[in-house]
Design a protein around this ligand. Structure first.
Ligand code: NAD
Ligand code: ZN
Ligand code: ZN
Length: 402
C-alpha cells in the first residue's frame, strides 16, 4: 500500500510500504478513506519534536471502513464506517477508566504519557493514518461508528482537531459570559474558538498573523488581533478596560513565532537573544527547504503573551504541543497573578461520541475550516501548502488503487 513516510527532519515522501496485519486479538484493520494534516505533523518535519524513527508512517487522523477484526473486537462488524481516535488507549487501565486516555498505561510501551498514531518512539512509535490502510490497536475502544448521514468531510475532523479544540476550551474552564483569548488560529485554534462559543463564552479574541486564518476566526464571531500589526497584549488590555481576559487557550505550541514588524516586534527586541537561544535548544537540527520546514523562532512567545493577557486569577489552557526540551515559561508572572493552568494531550476518545452528535445537530459546520482536498499522491505538496499557511486545513483523500 502507499503511505506518507517520515524519512528525516525536512524529508517526507509517499512510499510503497507493507500492508498492516492483525497482531493482537483487539486489533482491527481499517481501509482508510480520509486522513488530514495537523500542526503536530509539522513539528516532526521542522525538527521541533524529537524522537521520530525514519520509516514511520505519518498521520493521526482517519476515517475508513473496517476490513478485518481480531477475535477480541466484539462491538463492530466488517464494513462498518468508523472514525479513529488519534490517541491510542487500552480501556482497561486506571487512567483509561477515568477518561485520561492520553495517559493510558498500556498503549504506550514506554509508559510515559500519550500514545498516538504516526508519532515518535516516546509516543509508542505506532504507524500512522496517512496511508491506504492502518492497524488500529484496542479497536474496540479506539474506533467510533459513524452515522451514514455524516460525510467524510464532516467526520475527519472528529479524529483529532475538534476533540482537541473542545478539550482546550474545557481545560480553560470556560463559563457562561467569560472573555476568552485564543492564541493561534490554525485548525485547532478554529475549533477552540467554536468550542469556547459552545461553552457559552461572551467575548472571544483570536490572535494570529495569517490573514486568511484571522478572517475565518472573524467569520466565527471572534474579535481578531493581527500580531504583525499590533501588540496583542496591549490590544487585549485596551479592549477589556485594562482588565485582561478570564481564559486563554494556547493553540500554537512549540513552533510559535515572534513578531517581525509592528509595535509587538519593537516591544520584544530586548528579548531577541533569549528567544534565539531557546529556539536553538528546542530544534538543534533543522532541514529547511526553500520556504518550507522552518521551525518557529520563539518557542515561548505564545505562553508569554498568554500569561500577560490574562486577568488576575484567570485560567490558562495549553493544548499546543511542547516537547521535553521546552524549558521556558513565565512562572513568576503566572504565580503572582494567581493563575490556574491546565494542559495536556487530548483524550480524544472521551469526546468523540458527543461531538458526533453536535455535528449531526449542525451546531458546527466543518466546511468552515476545510479549504482543500488532495489525493494521497499529492500529499507532499499538500503538506508544503499547510506548512506555509496557504491552506487552513487539508483533507487527504485515500482513493482505492486496486
Ligand atoms: N494537545 C493535543 O492533543 C494536540 C492535538 C492536536 C494538535 N495539537 C497542537 O496544537 C497546535 C496547533 O495545531 P494546528 O494544527 O492548529 O497548527 P498550525 O501550525 O496550523 O497553527 C498554528 C498557528 O499559530 C500561529 N502562531 C504562530 N506563532 C504565534 C504566536 N506567537 N501567537 C499567536 N499565534 C501564533 C501560526 O501563524 C498558525 O496559524 C500545535 O502545536 C499542535 O501540535 C495538540
Ligand atoms: Zn493532531
Ligand atoms: Zn489504558
Amino acid at each position: 500500500m502507499r503511505a506518507v513516510v517520515w524519512q528525516g527532519i525536512g524529508e517526507i515522501a509517499v512510499e510503497e510500504v507493507p500492508d498492516p496485519k492483525i497482531e493482537q486479538p483487539t486489533d482491527a484493520i481499517v481501509r482508510l478513506t480520509a486522513s488530514a494534516i495537523c500542526g503536530t505533523d509539522l513539528h516532526f518535519i521542522r525538527g521541533t519534536m524529537p524522537g521520530m524513527k525514519p520509516g514511520t508512517i505519518l498521520g493521526h487522523e482517519g476515517v475508513g471502513v473496517v476490513e478485518q477484526l481480531g477475535d477480541g473486537v466484539r462491538n463492530f462488524n466488517l464494513g462498518d464506517r468508523v472514525v479513529i481516535a488519534s490517541t491510542i488507549a487500552c480501556g482497561n487501565c486506571s487512567y483509561c477508566r477515568a477518561g485520561y486516555y492520553a495517559q493510558c498505561d498500556k498503549a504506550n510501551p514506554n509508559g510515559t504519557g500519550t500514545a498516538f498514531f504516526g508519532g515518535p518512539e516516546s509516543a509508542g512509535g505506532y504507524p500512522g493514518l496517512q496511508a491506504e490502510k492502518a492497524r488500529v490497536p484496542f479497536a474496540n475502544l479506539g474506533m467510533v461508528k459513524l452515522p451514514d448521514e455524516l460525510s467524510d468531510d464532516q467526520a475527519i475532523l472528529l479524529s483529532d482537531i475538534f476533540p482537541t479544540g473542545f478539550m482546550a476550551a474545557e481545560l480553560a474552564e470556560i463559563r457562561l459570559g467569560n472573555t476568552v483569548a485564543v492564541f493561534g488560529c490554525g485548525p485547532v485554534g478554529q475549533f477552540a474558538i467554536a468550542s469556547a462559543r459552545l461553552l457559552g463564552a461572551g467575548r472571544i479574541f483570536a490572535v494570529d498573523r495569517v490573514a486568511s486564518r484571522l478572517a475565518m476566526a472573524r467569520a466565527q464571531g471572534a474579535e481578531v488581533i493581527d500580531f504583525s500589526k499590533e501588540d496583542p497584549v496591549t490590544t487585549i488590555k485596551q479592549l477589556t478596560e485594562n482588565i485582561g481576559v478570564d481564559r486563554v487557550i494556547d493553540a500554537v505550541g512549540v513552533d510559535a513565532e515572534r513578531p517581525h514588524q509592528g509595535p509587538a516586534a519593537k516591544k520584544i527586541k530586548p528579548q531577541a537573544q533569549q528567544l534565539d537561544a531557546e529556539a536553538k535548544q528546542v530544534a538543534p537540527k533543522q532541514h529547511p527547504d526553500g520556504d518550507n520546514w522552518h521551525s518557529g523562532d520563539a518557542p515561548s512567545m505564545a505562553l508569554q503573551w498568554a500569561v500577560e493577557s490574562l486577568a488576575k486569577a484567570g485560567s490558562l489552557s495549553i493544548i499546543g504541543v511542547y516537547g521535553d526540551n521546552n524549558r521556558v515559561f513565565p512562572i513568576g508572572a503566572a504565580m503572582n497573578k494567581n493563575l490556574t493552568m491546565k494542559m495536556g494531550n487530548c483524550n480524544h476518545r472521551a469526546y468523540i461520541p458527543r461531538l458526533i452528535e453536535l455535528v449531526m445537530a449542525r451546531a458546527i459546520d466543518p466546511s468552515l475550516i476545510l479549504t482543500q482536498h488532495e489525493p494521497l499522491t499529492d500529499a507532499i505538496s499538500a503538506y508544503k501548502a499547510f506548512d506555509t499557511r496557504q491552506e487552513s486545513w487539508i483533507k487527504v483523500e485515500l482513493l482505492p488503487t486496486h
